[in-house]
Design a protein around this ligand. Structure first.
Ligand code: ADP
Length: 195
């Protein structure tokens, strides 16, 4: 079965994880978060990649493309092996930059990227939400300093990827600054039409 993929992009705190959980509840999609897969890999004691990912995170750099894609690919294959009806994936927070996009196209050329769901939200709102999330998430990167860097990286590296898909007519933009319910209502319209 050819996997079908929707990339879900937006700034840190735009609501990617929140909306992806809801989409996965309503539609036959499996939610994979590139960031979460990497964070899990950091914590896995016998991981072959953990230490490399650790040092990238500590330096505030992207994890090596090969590792991120290998983790995504493994998760997709495991999901499809368990249930062959599960061939639709929401990939949250990927591709974060051109290099990852090129890496994906090289390795995952069989997967069909249906569209990019772009959760568009101002940086101020994004940062405010992450700081709030940081109070309970236990994520060591939900602090002011790290967030400023992540927003900068998002603007410099991820926006050009969204722009590139935009030029191909593949971006579905949602105003993500509203309430979770309002955002999801627009997200549903997109998936009802082309999901
Ligand atoms: P991302 O995956 O894009 O980083 P999350 O889905 O984790 O963002 O959301 C970041 C924080 O903001 C979470 O604490 C979440 O509960 C909250 N949140 C998400 N969407 C909204 C929204 N539309 N309005 C208010 N808070 C939101």
């Amino acid at each position: 079965m050819t996997p079908e993929v929707v990339f879900v992009l937006g700034g840190p705190g735009a609501g990617k994880g929140t909306q992806c959980s809801k989409i996965a509840e309503y539609y036959s999609y499996t939610h994979l978060s590139a960031g979460q897969l990497l964070r899990e890999e950091r914590r896995r004691p016998d991981s072959e990649f953990g230490r490399i990912v650790d040092s990238c995170f500590e330096r505030g750099e992207f994890a090596p493309v090969e590792i991120t894609i290998a983790l995504l690919r493994r998760a997709m294959e495991e999901t499809m092996q368990t249930d062959q009806n599960k061939f639709r994936f929401l990939i949250d927070g990927f591709p974060p930059n051109q290099e990852n996009l090129q890496g994906w196209m090289k390795v995952m050329d069989k997967a069909e990227v249906k569209f990019v769901l772009f959760l568009d939200c101002s940086n101020e709102v994004c940062v405010r939400r992450c700081l709030e999330r940081g109070k309970s998430s236990g994520r060591d990167d939900d602090n002011k300093e790290s967030l400023q860097r992540r927003v900068r990286t998002y603007l410099q590296s991820t926006r050009p990827v969204i722009q590139q898909y935009e030029e191909q007519g593949k971006v579905r933009t949602i105003d993500a600054s509203r309430s979770i319910t309002e955002v999801f209502s627009d997200v549903k319209s997109v998936f009802n039409t082309e999901g």
